[in-house]
Design a protein around this ligand. Sequence first.
Ligand code: IPD
Length: 286
Amino acid sequence: MTNPESMEEGECWAECLDVAVRIARTAGQLVQEAVKQEKSVSSKSTPTDLVTEADQQVEDLIISTLRERFPSHRFIGEESSAAGEKCVLTDNPTWIIDPIDGTCNFVHSFPMVAVSIGFAVKKELEFGVIYHCFDGTLYTARRGHGAFCNGVRLQVSKEKDMSKALILTEIGAKRDPNTLDIFLGNMKKLLSAPVHGVRIIGSSTLALCHIASGAAEAYYQYGLHCWDIAAAAVIIREAGGCVIDTTGGPLDLMSRRVVAAGSQEIADYVVQQLQPISYGRDDHDP
Ligand code: IPD
């Protein structure tokens, strides 16, 4: 086996990507099996922020496998963070993991569930792997090397006219009346643009993959986490799209908000329509 510590960086990250693909497939197959079993479900930050034993088991499998292979690397995982581990991005090579994205879908056997593995070095996203657990679709991208779906190159939609756009979003965990009013108000503004439609599929990572594949023109959300964005951001950028902050500035991975689009024009339009919903940052203590 090659020693990753002694390899050239680019070569080393390519090897890390290969390992990520293998572990995402293995984890995805575990999720496929787990979906058929009885689930032990509990909640985290709010009653609608669900977690199952499978989320924890799959994250343990991914992190223990990667830690053994890359002992000097750091890890940010959804369930480790929920268990109190600090969620801080340093300059060190860092794996950013969502073991089961779409946990609510998983609980209901609704077929939109993914394993997401992103990788950052010096706070720059280097590659991303997203595995759709129900149909086995694999999305991958490495910075500067293109984005692929099952090995076929991805290209975002070239549409620039908002009235011809399909928009994706997710609801987030907060359901208090004020949050819901803003959420519905944002959707109302976009629907009356009018856009072709707005969809909510219950998995931020798979929704973002649909931006990368050109199946939809834009995605926006308040309340998602760094592990929902990390892998997908590389995939969308490498497919030619943009991933930015909801204010129009550069993406801040820890800010819990994002706008992604096939074109800057569509992204700018979405940014102008949005009223913000406030969520605490991922890298702040609870
Ligand atoms: C969540 C899902 C959901 C989105 C949340 C995510 P999880 O991830 O993607 O659709 O609204 O913001 O955190 O908890 O299922 O891994």
